[in-house]
Design a protein around this ligand. Sequence first.
Ligand SMILES: [Zn+2]
Length: 123
Amino acid sequence: MQSVGTKNTGPEIDVRRLVHGMGYRFRLHRKDLPGTPDIVFPGRRKVIFVHGCYWHGHGCDKGRLPKSRLEYWGAKVEANCARDRRNEAALVDRGWRVLTVWQCELRDSDALARRLRKFLDAP
Ligand SMILES: [Zn+2]
């Protein structure tokens, strides 16, 4: 395997494995969709983004920026968040449902599995 790129991150693989183990089938990284969602369920018209807490500005303890670097990284994270919101809005406009899974949610995989099932089974 070569050139997997930046998309195949640890948390994303964990979420993919979890969803697969729950019996759902999906596609990956549909480039024709806004934001190239990480996990795509074409039949259900649903997508999942798996976000690292730090780079996507989650409000949890993993997502907080160190004060000393806030000025530099803060702008970068803010730009990521703005892009995430744009992508989500564009997907919703096209009739897709969007779920964002945060890296920190993998700490409790039972709770995450319940959340995933609720999202995927909803009409
Ligand atoms: Zn988080």
